[in-house]
Design a protein around this ligand. Structure first.
Ligand code: ADP
Ligand code: MG
Ligand code: MG
Length: 887
């Protein structure tokens, strides 16, 4: 018979798939002898079976739960529902991948009108017993019975007011009994039932509720954002309770073994005395910093510190730990690898290598490349004048400017409209997840650095400030005040998540820089990676940035952007409008000088690293005014100035635009088709490149130009263009007497090029896969139309697994790439191959490129660090498994 239920001493940390992360680690900690309250875990398989059976717990599972319960009772010497020594348990969710706060947990289960008396007697603490019971009713009613917490909170508040109390601890045992009666009445009113008194019934209802919480809205959203499969299911942990709310020698808290925001090596966390589990993370009371515990309870602190160190060593990674102190005794309730910012991930990785805990390759694998762009975002210029309005806890670094909103739905709405917003809340709950996703940053007035808002924001790399208590939020009137200053809905603020400061309006930002640790980690990545990283850069500024970020060359320098410069566009237009070759060369000569200057700058910036320059690619009409606009102007002029030279000029322009306009520009007169019809344009560009290379060579800086012909589909196209390049280059070199090596190659961006790559390689020194166009032409999708029209639906309805323009379609486009590489290398074994589409900066696509045996990937300068890391990860994960034929 299949095993569905495991006692904590029957599992270990390798059993995450079965026990979920929480359960597997509770088992592991039990086995290494840590003080973990005993319990058992119901497997994720039981959850999946539950759904398969139409939300029914099978008899087998039920039986196994009852057996495990008996064993738990034996171990603890307590019994569920017993009126002399009752067992109380928590029922906790826990999936394979941690989804903090997204699913449900019930504490103090087993409480009823009778057992509460026993608890009061045993603890000699009536107040505690009734407080725990009312907490249970509240939580159970919310999680299991689906009653809004609001009713309970409101009732409690009324009771407090009636009795003239300010805070909960003032309530006596009798007061809590009154509250309990009120709570039960709420249940009766809302659900027409008595609050369940049978502990076993409570248990099974709670287990079901946890299974059900796998599919609550926020969990679904969270899984979508973090790409966690819906099919995994959650495990359920049933664990005997320990109590942090037994008095002033009790408490509960959360500790990170290192700072999850900066990575600093020091215990980091928060706790609350006389409180239970949820109170810390819920952000309802702002907790005490963990180092205060050192003074308050030195022995407990020492034990906690030792446990943290032990757990970190054991898991060889930074841990996020939940603990409870019951009457001076420490219990550990959870450990997991802590979520961290990119900055912390890098710092911790490098530190752990230095400390000898992990090796370099492990450090490389630990940092998620996608997270790195956090480090490459602009930051607040520390030298600029700033006047902080107020300051909270620096919970997640980064800077953001945006309009203030007070509600998650509003944040989502405005975010969808493309507005930058900052979500300001008293505290956040897991239900706010969609608003946090949409916002640039989050600010809360309550809650600490381990509150829900902080944890979630760090996971998403969003700036966050917590516990900003001077900030008084008025949700009703949609404003907040700090002293006399009023900030209203829609007002712009800037926040600095690294310092906790909030400023009015915008603040000067600076370009990012790589930290020393980051550079070190990337240098390790460079040592292992077996695939090059280049950048796409069109001008000297980008080229320098790319070089600074570690690009080994330029994989794509587009020349059309150079033409778009406002100072140049009139010349370009005149060139296009020229009626004959002679007229055209006049303008081409002017462009030649400008282009030459561009190339000189780029060659100099790259200091002898290869620079791949693509000759003109877009169709000519892209350089001309918009047809519709032109029509309007012509019609206007015909009415107001029928004989003006201006009209004649515009009409000529319109005629040309009409002539050049195409039904399907993407498949139109562009790429090498331009070079074949107007060879003088390509010739000018080649001359500019070679002239520039001569100039730079003469300055003593080596150059490696690679001239790239776009959109080749037939070998004859490339053959002609290659001849043109070689003749022009030869002319320049022999005239100047300066010689250097250069390459001529092509982009592979239409299927025919990949299919006939063996023929095309006869004329090419290199291939660069232009995967933007190759994806368009392989799918037959026009990217501009597809992304706006149907692609989103395709992805939502899972017609396509993901957007092929973002993540390379291995099955189709990838097959063409593999074919291109294999056929090309058959003809020319030393053929250089690379990719220059946007995929070159995306980790899964980079992995594919490595597997396909490409020599390099090329991406935007800001993605170069990411690509270096992703390339190293792909190498570590797949080294040696590459097909020889492809390599
Ligand atoms: P989440 O996954 O949302 O963190 P948990 O299952 O970890 O939910 O539980 C929520 C809170 O309740 C945590 O602070 C946890 O430490 C506390 N808690 C859970 N089980 C127990 C228990 N058996 N005794 C005391 N506190 C518990
Ligand atoms: Mg937890
Ligand atoms: Mg292209």
């Amino acid at each position: 018979m299949e095993k569905y239920v495991y006692l904590f001493n029957e599992g270990n940390s390798d059993m995450r798939n079965i026990l979920g992360g929480k359960g597997a680690n509770l088992a592991e900690m039990t086995n290494i002898g840590l003080p973990v309250p005993f319990g058992f875990t119901i497997s994720t398989q039981a959850c999946n079976d539950y759904y398969k059976a139409g939300k029914k717990i099978s008899d087998t599972v039920e039986q196994q739960i009852l057996v495990a319960l008996e064993q738990l009772e034996e171990k603890t010497g307590k019994k569920l529902g017993d009126v002399t020594n009752p067992l109380l348990v928590s029922v906790r969710s826990g999936s394979v991948f941690s989804m903090p706060g997204m699913m449900d947990t019930v504490l103090n289960l087993g409480m009823n009108d009778e057992t509460v008396k026993a608890v009061a007697r045993l603890t000699n603490n009536e107040r505690f017993a009734y407080d725990s019971y009312r907490r249970f009713i509240q939580m159970f009613s919310n999680v299991v019975l689906g009653i809004d917490l609001f009713y309970f909170e409101q009732f409690l508040e009324e009771t407090r007011e009636k009795k003239g109390y300010k805070v909960d601890p003032e309530l006596t045992a009798e007061d809590w009994q009154e509250v309990i009666a009120g709570y039960k009445a709420i249940v009766k009113r809302q659900k027409k039932i008595e609050f369940p008194q049978n502990p076993q019934e409570q248990l099974f209802l709670a287990i079901r509720a946890v299974f059900d919480s796998w599919n609550n809205q926020r969990a679904i959203v969270y899984r979508r954002i973090h790409k966690i499969p819906d099919s995994l299911g959650t495990a359920v942990n049933v664990q005997s309770m320990v109590f942090g709310n037994m008095g002033n020698d009790s408490g509960t808290g959360v500790a990170f073994t290192r700072n999850p925001s900066t990575g600093e090596h020091q215990l980091y966390g928060e706790y609350l005395m006389n409180a239970q589990g949820e109170d810390v993370v819920a952000g309802i009371r702002t907790p005490e910093a963990i180092h205060v515990l050192e003074k308050e309870m030195p022995d407990v602190y020492k034990k906690l510190l030792a446990t943290c160190q032990l757990l970190e060593k054991h898991y060889q990674d930074m841990q996020d730990i939940e603990f409870t102190i019951e009457r001076g005794e420490l219990f550990i309730l959870q450990t997991r690898n802590g979520k961290r910012t990119a900055q912390a991930a890098v710092q911790i990785g490098v530190d752990m290598v230095r400390e000898g805990i992990i090796d370099k390759e492990t450090a490389i694998l630990r940092v998620d490349p996608e997270q790195l762009n956090q480090l490459l975002h602009r930051r607040i210029d520390q030298t600029a004048k700033r006047v902080p309005l107020t300051k909270g806890l620096p919970a997640s670094p980064g800077a953001a400017t945006g309009a203030v909103v007070f509600d998650a739905d509003e944040a989502e709405q405005l975010g969808k409209e493309g507005k930058k917003v900052i979500l300001v809340r008293p505290e956040t709950t897991p239900d706010d997840i969609h608003g946090i996703v949409a916002a640039e940053a989050v600010v809360t007035s309550r809650g600490g650095m381990t509150s829900h808002a902080a944890v979630v924001a760090r996971g998403m790399g969003k700036a966050c400030i917590c516990g900003c208590e001077s900030l008084k939020i008025d949700l009703k009137n949609k404003l907040f005040t700090v002293g006399d200053t009023v900030v209203k809905y829609g007002d712009i603020i800037t926040i600095d998540g690294s310092t906790g400061e909030i400023m009015l309006g915008g603040v000067a930002m600076i370009e990012p820089q790589l930290s020393e640790e980051f550079k070190l980690l990337l240098s390790w990545a460079d040592q292992v990676r077996e695939i090059g990283v280049r950048a796409n850069a069109d001008n000297p500024v980008d080229a320098r940035k790319a070089f600074e970020f570690g690009a080994g060359g330029i994989g794509l320098c587009r020349t059309e952007h150079m033409f778009m410069d406002p100072k140049r566009i009139p010349i370009v237009q005149s060139m296009i409008l020229a009626e004959n070759y002679e007229d055209r060369t006049v303008f081409l000569d002017q462009l030649l000088i400008m282009q030459q200057g561009d190339f000189e700058g780029i060659f100099e910036a790259m200091e002898g690293h290869p620079v791949t320059i693509r000759l003109l690619d877009p169709p000519m009409h892209e350089f001309l005014p918009d047809k519709e606009e032109l029509l309007v102007e012509v019609t206007k002029l015909q009415l107001t100035a029928p004989d003006s030279p201006e009209l004649a000029e515009k009409e000529r322009l319109l005629k040309k635009v009409n002539q050049l306009s195409e039904f399907n520009p993407m498949l139109g007169h562009r790429g090498c088709r331009l070079g074949i019809i107007y060879p003088e344009i390509y010739e000018m560009q080649v001359r500019a490149i070679i002239n520039a290379a001569v100039k730079v060579t003469e300055k003593g800086i080596p150059v490696k130009p690679e001239i790239m012909i776009p959109l080749v589909g037939h070998v004859n196209e490339l053959k002609r263009m290659r001849q043109l390049v070689e003749e022009t280059a030869e002319q320049v070199m022999s005239a100047t007497g300066v010689y250097f090596d250069y390459l001529v190659g092509t982009m592979i961006e239409v299927p025919r090029a990949a299919l006939t790559a063996d023929r095309i390689a006869e004329q090419a020194d290199f291939f660069s896969f232009g995967t933007n166009d190759l994806t368009q032409t392989t799918f037959g999708f026009s990217r501009d139309d597809a992304e706006g029209k149907f692609l989103q639906t395709y992805i939502e309805q899972k017609v396509l697994p993901e957007n092929p323009f973002a993540i390379l379609d291995r099955e189709g486009v990838g097959k063409l790439i593999e074919m291109g590489v294999t056929l090309g290398r058959k003809t020319k074994s030393n053929l250089k191959t690379g990719i220059c589409g946007e995929h070159g900066g995306e980790k899964s696509s980079i992995e594919f490129c490595y597997l396909a045996g490409l020599d390099y990937v090329s991406c935007s300068p800001y993605r170069v660090p990411l690509a270096r890391l992703a390339a190293a990860q792909a190498t570590i994960q797949h080294r040696g498994s590459i097909v020889e034929a492809v390599r």
